[in-house]
Write a protein that binds this ligand. Sequence first.
Ligand code: SF4
Ligand code: FE
Length: 483
Amino acid sequence: MALMTGEEYIESIRKINMEIYMFGEKVENPVDNPILRPSLNSVRMTYDLAQDPEHQDLMTVISPFTGNRINRFMHIHQSTEDLKNKVKMQRLCGQKTAACFQRCVGMDAFNAEYSTTYEIDKKYGTNYHDNLKKFMIYCQENDLTVDGAMTDPKGDRSKAPHAQEDPDLYLRVVERRPDGIVVRGAKAHQTGICNSHEVIVMPTISMGPDDKDYAVSFAVPLDTEGLFMIIGRQSCDTRKLEGSSMDVGNSEFGGVEALVIFDDVFVPNDRIFLNGETEYAGMLVERFAGFHRQSYGGCKVGVGDVLIGAAAVAAEYNGAQKASHIKDKLIEMMHLNETLYCCGIACSSEGHATESGSYIIDLLLANVCKQNVTRFPYEIARLAEDIAGGLMVTAPSEKDLRDPKLGKYVEKYLKGVDCVSTENRLRILRLIENLTLGTAAVGYRTESMHGAGSPQAQRIMIQRQGNLEYKKQLAKAIAHIEE
Ligand code: SF4
Ligand code: FE
């Protein structure tokens, strides 16, 4: 099958009978729901851009498995060039949506699974790599969106999965049958889950021998019986119900997360990629997290480009663009943003082949990338708010602007430079509000902190990968210390 158009993608999601809840009610038509639709549009962009000849080289690639052209979001990286192109593609998608476009999680899950299942099979003679490949080719050929679900609720953080008071706080196998397994548990903060055709589930931490039932990885379609989603709230989410695209700031695109419940879900044998090989849980987590930490050196940079642009426009609309401190703040924002991009490109350029032949990023540099992402977008957002001024959080609504009595006062008193309408000034401020405090702040701010693992998770990896002993030897050699 050829690549889907954006419209075909939307209609393919419409056909999936997903069980989605929001505000305590079942969402009967998620595709046209005003709160959920912008997030669907963001994924749609990954299909639209792939159809655009200008972006074909970045957005698509020839599958080494089928020889067919596929969307790069479905690709298993074959070189460091592929790894770099992934980051460039993510920056492009961030620029076009100013939101989380969600499709990276599945790409990162496929790539982590591809190399890990190869190594598990080599050790245990299992069939996981073949299962994974068969599933991957099915997804490539049908141009599907696949989510990756890693984060368990985790309960008491001081206890291992098997030691929790409630045994379901990490997703686990509750029944083993000849034809497959039954799993129970939940995955939290699932970006893009309601816009996906399939989901790959992975464990969330390294595991010990007692955690056998928890070391499980598999894929199921989103309409699987027993699987349902509870949509998470976002700051200003109900503004999307008010019918003012202007007040929303970014009315077309967004991202949505959900708590996903697996209430005794059956998984057939050929969809299982890990089942009890506890020592490989850590490898899978580390590789997935590494890939997703690389991803942030692309997507957050693309969204950052939009925010920097918005701050510059806001300054122009105020007549402040020539002030030296404004210029300097914009330079600082660009410096920080490009530093993140450098990290994304660097961990890709320094990537290497895995035993399976697929390519993986340099883990140390990918973790440094994400550690910087836990900080720089906050500073970029702070500077954008500084340049925007207080009006971004005190401006009246579009209804006031359009009101026959009030409109002329809003128009008159909130005007900046003469040649720019008050409406345009308010529009750019609403975009900055959306990115820093509104629905998109989930993707640009808090996700920069916690997405792909909280800052401490990267610091542990930096400690492990940083080779401090070697650095000590270097210092002793220079200082002529003999011990
Ligand atoms: Fe992709 Fe970024 Fe969203 Fe993760 S946060 S799914 S990398 S856009
Ligand atoms: Fe993310």
